[in-house]
Design a binder for this molecule. Structure first.
Ligand code: NDP
Ligand code: HSE
Length: 429
């Protein structure tokens, strides 16, 4: 049996999952890869930290040179997180002819092209299945099984932390902060959870999915991004009254050569399959012009699910699986498609607004909507407190540019106390 040495950079949530999988599934991994794989070095910040796993003496190190300058190590698995020094270590590993596996969506979304080009030039492979949707084999699904299709649409829940928070807020009336704390304790959140709750993480993942699905080098600046921090228990309650729930959706749609790329909280009908994707589960709907609609579902975060994706990438490299080679290429360097600007998005909108409890308010508000070509589907008045009432307005399909103009005007009305939240409504017709 051939032996191979590999190194991990990082032994946190994902790193320990990878270590456990090698320990518990040793026979399967050996049989499927054709190699006896040994993790001989692991880079950490603190070699004395208790990680709940038994690592043999001499394996943990704080010195990256012990890994990058060791010719016996053939694969470097980057699980540090963040841009620096992760990107630099990956580049140096590639330059030293080592294959690289990573779960780092930030690096792959922002700097993936440079790394992939370098890997190609150096004749090594760079795989990153764990970077999108944890344990769901979505990148290989797109690159291997859907290559016959022109992909038209991707709609997904691709961040486990925010889905966990929204699920707990919605089903257990849990407070945002407590739910985030639980997601962190379970190892789902990024080291800085701002990346999760402000949707940077989902934006990076959408950029990677779009690159592979539409063959583009996507600039994240072209993705409209909104986090979940403004979603309140009131929005969740009112959504339920309409038969909807709130999910953080990542959307990439192509129509007539124009791409729409956005990540934001969205109201979706409770009968839709994505509405039942809860906790840290992720799901991605893909529409291909030949295959039709597909749904990928599974754990989108966590130690073992992400470890599963990472170890399968290591095995793919050892099999020298040429069918996956293109996962390391973005063929089309040009941005040949137009990106739809936010002003042109079209959907229904939910608006929660606080107004002074005085006569004529509804008339003023309706006039402004009408003037801006927005027609109202429903308007409901909620409880009164100290002379302020909440209005919940749902529009018919409208153009977002018109909604923005109407909101600007509403904000200036004396009778309007505050514009509390605007959420897009997706009916999936
Ligand atoms: P953690 O923060 O749990 O672990 C990071 C590890 O890297 C720690 O062991 C830390 O060492 C080590 N580390 C960080 N910086 C350095 C450095 N400069 N030098 C040496 N060691 C360093 O992160 P996760 O395991 O959660 O995430 C790792 C990557 O996987 C990220 O890119 C993340 O986005 C991605 N990912 C995470 C998922 C999850 O569910 N958590 C799912 C999918 C992808 P020490 O412990 O000593 O401090
Ligand atoms: N923080 C990420 C999430 C980890 O919650 O989805 C998985 O990429």
């Amino acid at each position: 049996m051939n032996k191979i040495e590999i190194a991990l950079l990082g032994l946190g949530n994902v790193g320990t999952g990878v270590w456990e999988i090698f320990k518990n599934n040793k026979d399967e991994v050996t049989r499927r890869s054709g190699y006896e794989i040994e993790i001989t070095k692991i880079l950490v910040n603190d070699v004395d930290k208790d990680r709940g796993v038994n690592i043999p003496a001499g394996v943990l190190t704080t010195d990256i040179e012990e890994i990058l300058n060791n010719d016996n190590i053939k694969i470097v698995v980057e699980l540090l997180g963040g841009m620096h020094p992760a990107k630099d270590y990956m580049l140096r590993a590639i330059e030293n002819s080592k294959h690289v596996v990573t779960a780092n969506k930030q690096v792959m979304a922002l700097e993936g092209k440079e790394l992939l080009d370098k890997a190609r030039k150096n004749g090594v492979l760079l795989y990153y299945e764990g970077s999108v949707a944890g344990g769901i084999p979505i990148l290989k699904g797109i690159e291997e099984s859907l290559t016959a299709n022109k992909i038209e649409e991707i709609v997904g829940i691709i961040n486990g932390t925010t889905n966990y928070i929204l699920t707990k807020m919605s089903l257990e009336n849990m407070d945002f902060k407590d739910a985030l704390k639980e997601a962190q304790d379970k190892g789902y959140a990024e080291a800085d959870p701002t990346s999760d709750v402000e949707s940077y993480d989902a934006m990076y993942k959408l950029a990677i999915l779009t690159s592979l699905s539409f063959g583009l080098d996507v600039d994240v600046e072209n993705i409209y991004r909104e986090g979940i921090t403004k979603v309140s228990s009131l929005d969740i309650e009112y959504a339920k009254e309409f038969g909807y729930c709130i999910k953080l959706l990542a959307i990439a749609k192509e129509k007539n050569g124009t791409l729409e790329l956005r990540v934001h909280p969205t109201m979706i009908p409770i009968a839709h399959p994505l509405a039942n994707v809860n906790d840290s589960f992720n799901a991605i709907l893909i529409k291909g012009n030949a295959v039709g609609d597909l749904m990928f579902y599974g754990r989108g975060a966590g130690s073992l699910p992400t470890g599963s994706a990472v170890v399968s990438d290591i095995i793919s490299i050892l099999r020298n699986d040429m069918t996956l080679r293109s996962i390391s290429t973005v063929e089309n360097k040009e941005n040949s498609k137009q990106i739809l600007k936010r002003d042109s998005y079209k959907s229904q909108y939910y608006l929660r607004i606080s107004v002074k409890d005085m006569s004529g308010v509804l008339g003023e508000i309706s006039t402004i909507w009408g003037k801006n070509k927005v027609s109202i589907s429903s308007i409901t008045q909620k409880g009164e407190k100290e002379g302020i009432v909440t209005l919940v307005i749902v529009t018919h399909d409208a153009i977002e540019g018109d909604i923005i103009k109407a909101l600007d005007e509403l904000e200036k009305l004396d009778s309007v106390y505050s514009l509390d939240n605007l959420i897009r409504v997706e009916k999936f017709e």
